[in-house]
Design a protein around this ligand. Structure first.
Ligand code: PLP
Length: 349
């Protein structure tokens, strides 16, 4: 080993779901939206002046930030945008978790949290979910350096009622509590009504799941002006121009079509509930989902077996190796046709 290698930051990176490049696969492994973005987004894209790409974009992404503040009924200075919510979450870890005390998040949750904690050298502890994969608010009443809760949680798909979430925030007013609401549009309880009461609450959202814009990389945080200001200062100390002109323009256009947004959500929720019942008929145990995916286990077949057999049939779902969840599959909700193909494939298997 070279001497200089001792000083390289060692990290074990997050492993995202596969992005197969063939065209004829059914992709139910990364919780993307199966429907295209709103026609308003197409229109806005056609109207973009490509000549302007010679210039840097607005470093504050003002148009998008103001549109989000208006959409959610917040004041100016309460929204921060980033390159997907992964960027926003990563910056939030860097900005807010500096006490040296362990931050807390559940043992089964978004597997990027431990990776950011490690890369930024933030100590962390993971209170276990209960036997039904529910978060126990009592576990978050010990001394800590911050709390991160995905609600609804991933990959379990389970939502936490707002009173329980508030209990966690209320008992943690000396630290920042991050609530990752990547899936909340599919039926979860949002923590937005709590923003007025808790200055230490940061809500993080993404365009990648409910808004059909994973490819544009847009995420945002909502919180008190103090928190947004702190995030902005750290971001401006790393990279001024993160949001491209395209993401600012198309992210804004997406908010102008509430009808289309709601109709896509309704379709996905209807399909989710139908497929849950169909899977249960076939011997699967499905957790109660408030997301655009189902977290399921078969009574007789192993998670790994089903994952591999589906893969052979070019149907990609997600399988995690973690001890408590290795018998489970996480299946994103696709179109009705895609989900029918999934059922057929499972019947063949
Ligand atoms: C998908 C996801 C994200 C990240 O989404 P981006 O595409 O980076 O916006 C964050 N948190 C959870 C729980 C997710 O499932």
């Amino acid at each position: 080993m070279n001497k200089w290698e001792e000083n390289i930051r060692e990290v074990e990176p997050y492993v995202p779901g596969e992005q197969p490049q063939e065209k004829d696969v059914i992709k139910l492994n990364t919780n993307e939206n199966p429907y295209p973005p709103s026609p308003k987004v197409f229109e806005a894209h056609r109207g973009m002046e490509i000549g302007r790409f010679a210039l840097y974009p607005d470093p504050c992404a003002t148009e998008l930030v103001h549109a989000l503040e208006d959409y959610y009924g917040l004041d100016r200075g309460q929204v921060f945008v980033g390159v997907g919510s992964d960027d926003v979450l990563s910056l939030a870890f860097l900005t807010f978790f500096n006490s040296g005390k362990p931050i807390l998040f559940p043992d089964v949750t978004y597997s990027f949290y431990p990776v950011w904690a490690q890369v930024y050298r933030i100590p962390y502890e993971c209170p276990p979910l209960d036997a039904h994969f529910r978060i126990c608010p009592e576990d978050y009443q010990r001394e800590n350096g911050g709390v991160v809760i995905a609600n609804p949680n991933a990959p379990t798909s389970i939502g936490m009622p707002l009173d329980q979430l508030e209990e966690i925030i209320q008992t943690n007013q000396d630290v920042i509590v991050i609530v990752d609401e990547a899936y909340v549009d599919f039926g979860g309880d949002t923590a937005l009504p709590l923003l007025d009461r808790y200055e230490n609450l940061l809500i993080v959202r993404t365009y990648s799941k409910s808004r059909s814009l994973a490819g544009m990389r847009i995420g945002f945080a909502m919180g008190s002006k103090r928190l947004i200001q702190a995030l902005t200062s750290v971001k401006e100390s790393i990279n001024s121009y993160t949001m491209t002109m395209e993401s600012i323009c198309l992210g804004t256009a997406s908010l102008e079509d509430e009808g289309y947004f709601r109709s896509c959500l309704d379709k996905i929720i209807t399909t989710r509930d139908r497929i849950k019942a169909e899977l249960e008929k076939r011997g699967f145990i499905c957790l109660d989902s408030l997301t655009n995916f189902l977290f399921v286990r078969h009574k007789e077949r192993s998670g790994e077996h089903l994952f591999n057999e589906l893969r052979k049939k070019k149907i990609f779902v997600r399988h995690f190796g973690g001890e408590r969840i290795r018998e489970y599959l996480r299946i994103s909700i696709g179109t009705e046709e895609q989900m029918d193909r999934l059922l057929e494939a499972l019947d063949e298997i």
